[in-house]
Ligand binder design. Sequence first.
Ligand SMILES: [Zn+2]
Length: 1036
Amino acid sequence: MEPTVQSERAPFPRNMIENSLYEEESDRVDLGKNPHLHPLESDELEYEPCSSRLLVRGLGEHDLDDDEEDYESSARLLGISFMNRSSNHRSNMSGAYSHETSGGSCSVPTGRTLLVVAFVVVIILSISMVVYFLPKCTFTKEGCHKKNTTLTLVYPLATNGQVFPWPKMRLPNAVVPVHYSLTLHPNLTTVNFTGSVQINLLIMENTNNITLHASGLKITRATITPEANGHPKNVQVLEYTPHQQIAMKVNPIMSKGERYTLNLKYSANLSDGLSGFYKGIYQDKNQTRMLAATQFEPFSARRAFPCFDEPAFKATFTITIIREADHISLSNMAKNATTPVANGLYQDRFMESVKMSTYLVAFIVGNLTSISQNTSRGVTVSVYAVPNKMDQLNYALETAVKLVEFYEKFFNISYPLRKLDLVALPDFEAGAMENWGLITFREVALLYKEDTASIMDKQIITIVIAHELAHQWFGNLVTMEWWNDLWLNEGFATFMEYFSLEKVFPELQVGDHFLNSRFRAMEKDSMNSSHPLSTAVESFEQIEEMFDSISYEKGASILLMLKDFLNETILQQGITQYLKEHEYGNTKNEDLWNSIAKVASVDLNVKDMMKTWTLQTGFPLVTVKLDTTTNIIHLNQECFLRIAISQNSSSSSCCSNLWHIPLTFITSSCSDYKRPECIKKWLLKNKTDTIDLKEPSVAWVKFNVNMSGYYIVDYDKSSSEKLIVLLQNDHLAISDQDRAGLINNAFVLASAGKISVKTVLNLTSYLKYEDSPVPIVEALVQFNRIYMLIQKRGNLSLSNRVKEYIFDIFGDLIDQQTWSNNGSFSERQLRSKLLATACDLKYDSCIQNASNLFTKWMNSSDLSLLPSDLTTTIFTIGARTLEGWTFMCQMYSHLQSKTDKSKMLTAMAKTNNVHHLIWLMYNSLHHDTIRTQELPFILATSSRTPVGYLFAWDFVKENWDELIKKFHLGSFSLQTIITETTSQFSTKAHLLEVQTFFESLADKTSQLGSVKEAQEVIRLNIQWMEENMKNLDKQL
Ligand SMILES: [Zn+2]
């Protein structure tokens, strides 16, 4: 699955941006004609969509009749209201406390007091009786345990009150599925489906029950047939809903080696959400139409058919779909036959599948159109979308064909199916899903419109396709045994997406994109709330939370590090070895290292090395001290954690960890990073080590060449100063990725209190001479983050000086940019990022140019007149006027291109108009003009604005119950919502507010990793402010 996709605009981590670029269709309601009431608190708020009129009780009526509305004062007004709520909460708490303790005077006991006294007496008497009747052994040293007592499992009760025969979340291994014959008839009019499944079972251990998964299915008939006699027998179905399991007791006992067939008939509703077998809606020629599609990963296959829904229970599938005449159906395999059945319906029967996990099963029914092309080996690749999008399919098809051919060659394993479909779905929560042979995508992640798409749109679509195609081998052919090793799927697919694109589409420069993702993943991984790549998980929430940037980006990063250390050919051989050794099977973490070790040098213990990266939390900080008199480098490693001082440092999750770090470095005596002989390698296994350079007078040393290692470096003062001088005098002496790395490491080390703000500013001062996007983008990310925090603390004097500093460094470069799509990928990417930042920071010429172009678009309604790389920036400025907002709302409803719409959504979410913002959030929550799948992105984007960040958090609190119905606890959507809407807080009041809110929830929310991460980020923000704001004040 690709849960995250990065927009051209925002430098968010992938898991934060997930829903970014993603479009909408206004296919539900004409809101102009049907104004709705959407309660913030239902009786407090009333608004008209796509307009400016809004009533908020307590604020009075605001009619926005000109562009000069004082947005900031509105925000402050609401911000004060928000803060008051926090402080009210605290004063209530302290009020309660003082009430209890203030009673110093005597008074007559009240009736309530007497009642309490009586209650206490009863309790004391009860305890005395219990103690009296307890066995005497209770209070002896030995206790009452009998020798040879064995612990017995507690079996739960099924829904009918009978004992359910299996007590655990994970299924027993006594019975395994061999083959499923599944028939489904979805009815898109009544929005439900009927199904029947016949599962061929093999008995692995003697047992008297069959336990498998089912959720939300009404099972109407169940029979079990022993292969030995062929006589079906009705069986009772027991259900235990907390574990989403059903079980059938079988008599007589089933013996090891026997085979049975389980037949189940059932019915269910198509799901309202975006998982299981769910309905999707779209507009076709002004008519609302419906389709039905599936999203099963990680555990929703059980909502479409009873099954052994764990990745290790691989089986083959024969799927049959009954559909209406004007629909088509698709599934993993090619269609075998279509036959007419009763009532004018048709039955499509698909070929028997290869052996695979249930989460990869998929089917779609609806009215879709497609184009196809064969690969050189004859695999038919097709791209599908709902009608009227035929002109947007070509790029995906060409790309997919090229990449399938690349992967077949690289892995030296043919794609095993006859066909491969890529389907763009209007309603889809993730970025894409790798179902074997039937990959599903959000429309914006697959459909490409040549005349209005930006260069970054093209990059992202290509990345997502490459990711999902890599899964056809990593994940589908070889699958992790359990979700604890999800990184084997996702880390590998992420690594392969970059690796393949560097080979097949080098012009897209995905390496820069990957570096940015690594930086963001390391920031998350340097907190206590992080987790090892391979982590024990069992509950639904824990499994969902594995889909995060650790599994994806950290997983990919350690493979990149390994590739550089081993070399590309050895890694390729190791991967092929792994895939061939385990094809159609399941693996654990160590299976991968064992396979690679078979082809790697005998001197290098790959398994021992990689275990330190997969089983431990976090990553190392390597301290480098160069002794210039002896030319010896002294090394030290320690776990790098950005721990807030307020936290107990002993609670650190990784303080004693050591890693086997494959270090790389260059020195001034052989500094050409393009010559392999200049890049030196050193495996640091111990806490400390020394490297004798055996070179005379080395002026400087730079570790982690091209930032391909997953570690951070802190140099001694003298070495650090020499690198700063090098940047100032000859920054091209090291690669642009290394320059970006030095910038990133400096900011991160400063946030951990390892170096001063002054050092960071000294280092970044060279940026006036920089023109490569990689270091510039990293610097913009870091400076912007500081600017946003200071701005939200209300220190306008300092935030303005930070802004001026950014303009001082980049002003000339900004002025040189043209408002066009001219130039190389690199130039276009740089222009897009620079102008986006310039306009966000209200750089005069930027605002003026963007406004002029927006007016040009309003006058012509022709989007192709705008430079597509800059459309989002132009929209963002345009949406700040009432006229612009209204126009954009109208266009949003009319445009067909998902990428165009996603740019509008970014612009709209960045509005400073509180009324528009609230409309946007509620509209998306209720899936009106804007689909609910966009809500996490809207909240994340608005959280970064000075006005939106308070509203976004308030919105989350007010609508929590609804949010967890739409997005599961632990899902990446909810992770994004939690971490992003709290990421801009930097005060103790806000920390208390966030803590109190999550602790007040009855569900398991407060245990979520994302909740812990959110609180840790606020603590780190507080700490940063306390330690660095004064220093920054002095320096700027
Ligand atoms: Zn994936």
